[in-house]
Design a protein around this ligand. Structure first.
Ligand code: AMP
Ligand code: MG
Length: 308
């Protein structure tokens, strides 16, 4: 080990405090979702299909028995199939995601190559229903952390405010008009509490508003003080014809998604709403650490060599 890593693992740094806070936050997430009667599933790590994302990443494929597999970028397709197949009210997964983000994100302060999503999907839910569940979850987690980690927060000099419901909601089109393309960061600097931004044009599985082409029934949860986006989600499209059209509009190859599309074709997918909350992004906010690598034990920062 050279000096940098030794310093990182010395006993007087903040990592042990941060992981006490993380442990409390994870426990309170499980307690809350258990109380809500959601079913926890194990993560999927390898699959022929994964989230196509809306931003470019380095593509990594693993060949097994002549078949091309990918590491999970998000479990969206598996969530949609699971929620349709299991006949339960809702599911959640602590889902490891690997995204070989482009090196340009090295400076972003909030991107890792490997991170964990709390991925949730609710059968038959609407966007406001999912958003309410998340507001209750955030308030519960923040309250538990504040109560149980008083000493740790004190040493880290964090004054954790418990937000109240309902969180503010902004439309992305209005924000873009007012603040320009960097609207997310700008509004995050102005807000005092977590808030929502709705209606983003993105992946084919997010529900397009049937009455307003090009508008989407989806949302991002943002944290204030410049911490920015912590969750993305939406209501989902699930009908074969709509999914196929949207895949083609994005110049993606429908045959790549054929097993998923087969579920839709047979009418087996169901309406749902959900989202994925970045655990590291939440811990970063709870501990008020600017750099995501400072709350991660073995950080993998885009554009830098991996040490451990
Ligand atoms: P997405 O649906 O792609 O927005 O991902 C859902 C959530 O995962 C985001 O809102 C972030 O909180 C988190 N996330 C996404 N990409 C990364 C990354 N490269 N590093 C850390 N967290 C991430
Ligand atoms: Mg997002």
């Amino acid at each position: 080990m050279h000096g940098l890593e030794i310093e990182r693992f010395s006993t007087d740094n903040h990592l042990s405090l941060i992981f006490r806070i993380q442990t409390e936050a994870l426990k309170s997430i499980h307690d809350f979702l258990h109380e809500m009667d959601l079913v926890q599933l194990m993560p999927v790590i390898l699959s022929p299909i994964t989230d196509p994302l809306t931003h470019p990443v380095h593509d990594v494929r693993i060949s097994y028995l002549g078949q091309e597999l990918q590491l999970t970028k998000s479990m969206i397709f598996h969530k949609q199939i699971a929620i349709a197949t299991l006949g339960v009210k809702g599911i959640y997964i602590m889902s490891p995601n690997v995204r070989f983000e482009l090196g340009a994100l090295e400076e972003s302060e909030k991107h890792l190559l490997e991170f964990t999503q709390l991925d949730i999907e609710l059968q038959g839910a609407t966007a406001p229903e999912f958003m309410l569940l998340m507001e209750n979850l955030i308030i519960h987690v923040f309250s538990q952390v504040k109560e149980s980690c008083e000493k740790e927060l004190d040493v880290l000099d964090v004054d954790l405010c418990i937000p109240s419901k309902p969180f503010n909601v902004y439309n992305s089109w209005n924000l873009r008009e007012k603040y320009g393309s960097d609207f997310g960061y700008k509004i995050s600097m102005r807000e005092k509490d977590p808030f929502w931004i709705t209606d983003f044009e993105r992946e084919f599985y997010d529900k397009e508003d049937p009455h307003r082409r090009g508008h989407y029934i989806n949302y991002d949860l943002y944290f204030p003080e410049g911490f920015g986006e912590v969750l993305s989600g939406g209501e989902r499209d699930y009908e074969y014809k709509i999914l196929l059209r949207k895949i083609q509009e994005r110049n993606q190859d429908p045959t790549h998604f054929e097993h998923y599309l087969e579920y839709a074709k047979q009418g087996l997918l169901v309406p749902s709403a959900g989202g994925g909350l970045g655990i590291e992004r939440m811990i970063r906010f709870l501990t008020k650490k600017k750099l995501i690598k400072d709350i991660t034990l073995f950080p993998k920062v885009p554009g830098t060599r991996i040490v451990l």
